[in-house]
Write a protein that binds this ligand. Structure first.
Ligand code: SME
Length: 166
């Protein structure tokens, strides 16, 4: 059983550095994408303070489909360009949303969510999907989270080959 040790969240840059090495340690030499993405979602959910959902949506047949996550059950399909996730996937740009209530078209899976960060995931130039993290606290995420989570995705990408879409 993997024991999660707590990391200080005072310094976000340091926190994400430690989180990425925890992910690398957790993956080890395992290559199964689903197992590793599921553990990555769990690691984020349990280690990041003040969040209520963390997980992946995968790009399949022109839309985003719910993947491994931790948190309450969520909407299964998101159209490209819709909500924060669909916007990140369509534009290829990280979305840091301070107040989801002010984001036009935000999809509220859990009414408790107040802020959100969504990072598009690419592997070898192909859109894989997005990493989505929700918080019950307004303004929870900033550019340090964007940077740290980009590095986290990079570690995951180095260890797994994401599946071809169905
Ligand atoms: N809020 C997201 C939908 C996914 S849930 O947050 C898990 C969005 O607007 O795309």
């Amino acid at each position: 059983m993997y024991e999660l040790t707590s990391v200080s969240a005072d310094n976000k840059k340091e926190f994400y550095k430690e989180l990425s090495s925890m992910l690398a340690g957790l993956i080890g030499d395992e290559t199964d994408w689903l197992a590793n993405a599921a553990n990555a979602a769990s690691l984020l959910y349990h280690m990041l303070p003040e969040i209520n959902w963390a997980g992946f949506y995968l790009y399949k047949n022109g839309q985003l489909v719910l993947g491994p996550f931790n948190g309450k059950p969520a909407c299964v399909r998101i159209q490209m360009g819709k909500g924060v996730c669909g916007t990140a996937a369509q534009t290829g740009e990280i979305q840091v949303v301070e107040d989801v209530n002010l984001f036009p078209g935000h999809i509220a899976c859990d009414p408790a969510s107040q802020s959100e960060i969504v990072l598009p995931i690419y592997q070898n130039g192909r859109l894989i999907g997005v990493l989505d993290i929700d918080s019950p606290v307004k303004g929870r995420f900033n550019s340090d989270d964007a940077e740290g989570l980009s590095a986290f995705i990079e570690i995951l990408n180095q260890h797994i080959i994401w599946p071809e879409p169905d």
